[in-house]
Write a protein that binds this ligand. Sequence first.
Ligand SMILES: Cc1cc2nc3c(=O)[nH]c(=O)nc-3n(C[C@H](O)[C@H](O)[C@H](O)COP(=O)(O)OP(=O)(O)OC[C@H]3O[C@@H](n4cnc5c(N)ncnc54)[C@H](O)[C@@H]3O)c2cc1C
Length: 380
Amino acid sequence: MDFSLTDEQEDFVDAIRRFCDHECGTRDQRERLTDSYRQHHNAEIYGQMAELDWLGVTIPEEYGGSGGTMLDACLFMEETSRGLAPIGGYATTLIVAAATGRFGTEEQKKEILGGIARGSVEAIAMTEPEAGSDVGALTTSAERVNGGFVLNGQKVFCSNAHIADHVLVVCRTTKSESKHEGLTMIWVPRDTDGMEVVPIDTMGGRETNHLFFTDVEAPADAVLGEVDQGWTQLMAGLNVERLILAATMLGIAERVFDDLIVYVKERKQFGRPIGSFQSLQHRIAEMATEIESARLMTRWVATLIDEDPDRMLPREASMVKLHVTEITRRAALEGMQMMGGYGYASEYDMERLVRVSLASTIYGGTSEIQRNIIAKTFGL
Ligand SMILES: Cc1cc2nc3c(=O)[nH]c(=O)nc-3n(C[C@H](O)[C@H](O)[C@H](O)COP(=O)(O)OP(=O)(O)OC[C@H]3O[C@@H](n4cnc5c(N)ncnc54)[C@H](O)[C@@H]3O)c2cc1C
């Protein structure tokens, strides 16, 4: 397989790099844009990216996007993460864009995909207090009433619901023997009466939310895809979801590495740069090797998806999510250790990179669940 980038892709990466250097290249800029790291999304930066036509990278041109590939989207995620661009709303948006592109009606595509290309954020709510890894056990109900639906229940860890235009809620429309049957995806605009969005305090700042639904009304045309086919639709989106999360973390691992290299060359102890100690050199060499393998795997899975977007890739999608997030977490913890006390201090970005990386092996299916899925593909 040829993993080299086209000239156009190289230019795209360069442009994102220059943008990030200019807009969020210094700590002062990042503190201003994130309210001293309390927020992970900045609408101004996001708007500028929309103007540059970057947010619609995978959206067809007829809906206002630029009609790019999954590999283009991965390059965007990788470079914006590496550049520490505060666009935390984008990952869930891209997941929703993929589902809409696959299952949306013409009207929905115009509204949702067009909105995303212009800079809207979208959220997706699956997880519930009693349905985490076992997401099929979800109970938030959508009852058919007067040709539409009425939603009741509770979701947890819904990232970006507080800044999203809509939340795509996975709910139970029919009770059946199999927990995977009878689920439906329904759009709920953020300010809908009866849907309460309550922040969850996390070590990552303001990113995720509880959602409470009390008699929330949704019209029939708020359904994405088919009623009762939500599980199949979720499964069809897993390739993209897992790859996007991997690409985002790849950029974080690269940033860890970039910052670490600068630091170990500058910091002197015992009269010499700490990077001259073989103990550190070997660990940095291993980190570089692991990051390279993460990059290759991300590009490999992106290429497989681009070759045939309808092919299900449970093994490869779980492998890339597992491999890249675990490598990133290891790299960030090693980066902190190799920077000593300064890696732990908020003066440097390393401690924030550690926090970001820790969540990545939990959301989007934990590492344990990814291992279960991979094992299952071998008949285990
Ligand atoms: C920052 C963040 C953002 C998130 N964003 C979203 C979002 O936007 N939308 C959304 O719907 N959800 C979101 N989530 C939820 C996330 O997907 C869940 O937290 C995750 O799937 C795990 O569920 P849980 O937290 O209930 O843990 P549990 O399922 O209770 O798992 C607890 C532990 O048990 C292990 N475990 C569980 N079952 C098994 C098994 N069968 N085999 C082996 N080990 C097992 C898990 O791996 C884990 O280590 C987010 C979570 C976080 C932390």
